[in-house]
Design a binder for this molecule. Structure first.
Ligand code: ADP
Ligand code: MG
Length: 363
């Protein structure tokens, strides 16, 4: 007997997306279904290109279909993705699906390192990614991407100056470092720094992006307020080390986003410098700054723990030479790729469960 579309969809509706906790048919993830003889062809459109569950979901589809329709069917399943968004009708950056702020309390905990590697990891997974260096007085993104000498082009669009971001390793970049000499100290008053960030959001041609990351300065500053007042932010990632002083500051950073008038969902906590490991002996772990501090912070505030990144000498070296550690096979690539997967996953969950973020109105 010929196989019908209904039979296939009924069978596939037994497969859940484990994160979104609904079945693939209800979620609209099954597309392009074609049945020719005993060959069943379709696409599974996931919500993130960096989906760690891709194989699990595919195998579940194969299992349910063969069990319901028989062993002699031929399956042609394409696993693809379309990143979701909660930024509907956004007046600014309408083509940017998700804006993710990378924050901490303390400086030097690895926000910029995390932002850079996260951006490259997401781009490598197939996403369209941009990165704004919002640390106006201490920009480090140009160095971390080895583009210190680059200058973004400016072109006229509709009579308005538009900045074309610098692109490196598949990531579109904007930093104050492109606009000032490398060795000059940028001593700016708060309002000037804020207007620079506003310009990076409003006057840069970002185009279509799945993820726009914003690498914030430490603490809770004017820049943070400018950001949430300029664009609705999809979510914030909090970076901390396991050390007590860093955790105390991370708590403040986290609380800022949770304040009712700001109300930016916290996507989770990253524990950077979780332990020291020699690259060639990755099983040797030395907990220099204490153990599991980030994990406990996540538990305390009931927010996701996104992952841990060890202290590896090559992470520091790759930051200095401008070749992100995630591009080099080994422990560093593994750590940052896993982190990118969990961030993308939390973005998808957030978009499925929570309504869009509103821009903050504070006078
Ligand atoms: N996991 C890590 N292993 C080794 N060095 C690191 C790691 N994370 C950050 N660093 C180094 O620590 C310094 C501070 O990191 P950075 O990302 O600039 O912090 P932040 O942006 O929070 O101030 C940099 O020199 C960076 O290369
Ligand atoms: Mg930084």
């Amino acid at each position: 007997m010929a196989i019908s579309q209904e039979q296939v969809l009924k069978s596939l509706s037994k497969v859940d997306d484990p994160d979104l906790k609904k079945d693939l048919v209800t979620l609209g993830m099954i597309q392009g279904l074609e049945i020719v003889g005993n060959t069943i062809k379709f696409k599974v459109v996931l919500t993130t290109p960096a989906c760690p569950l891709k194989e699990v979901i595919k195998n579940n589809c194969i299992e349910t279909l063969t069990s319901d329709l028989g062993e002699d069917i031929e399956l042609d399943i394409e696993m693809t993705s379309n990143v979701t968004t909660a930024r509907t009708n956004a007046p600014l950056l309408p083509e940017v699906k998700n804006i993710i702020a990378i924050a901490s309390g303390k400086g030097g905990v690895g926000k910029s390192t995390t932002s850079a590697n996260l951006a490259v990891a997401l781009a490598n997974a197939g996403a369209k990614v941009g990165l704004i260096d919002a640390d106006i007085s201490g920009p480090s993104i140009p160095t971390m991407f080895n583009v210190e000498a680059e200058q973004p082009m400016v072109k006229q669009v509709d009579g308005k100056n538009t900045i074309i971001p610098v692109e490196q390793y598949g990531v579109k970049l904007m930093s104050i470092g492109f606009l000032t000499p490398a060795d000059a100290a940028v001593v700016w008053r708060g309002p000037m720094a804020s207007s620079a960030l506003r310009q990076f959001i409003q006057d840069v041609e970002w185009g279509e992006l799945d993820y726009l990351l914003i690498d914030l300065p430490p603490g809770t500053s004017d820049i943070h307020l400018t950001m949430v007042q300029t664009v609705p932010v999809t979510g914030a990632v909090i970076v901390t080390t396991p050390q007590k002083v860093a955790l105390a500051d991370a708590t403040k950073g986290l609380s800022m986003f949770k304040q009712p008038q700001i109300n930016v969902p916290v996507l989770g906590v990253v524990e950077n410098m979780a332990y020291f490991t020699p690259e060639e002996l990755p099983d040797n772990k030395y907990y220099l700054f204490g153990k599991d501090g980030g994990k406990k912070l996540a538990e305390k505030f009931d927010i996701p723990f996104l992952g841990e990144v060890p202290i590896v000498q090559s992470i520091r070296e790759s930051g200095d030479t401008g070749y992100p550690a995630v591009l080099k096979k080994g422990v560093t690539q593994d750590a940052f790729s896993a982190l990118a997967e969990s961030v993308a996953r939390q973005v998808a969950i957030r978009n499925a469960e929570k309504s869009k973020t509103e821009v903050v109105q504070i006078n």
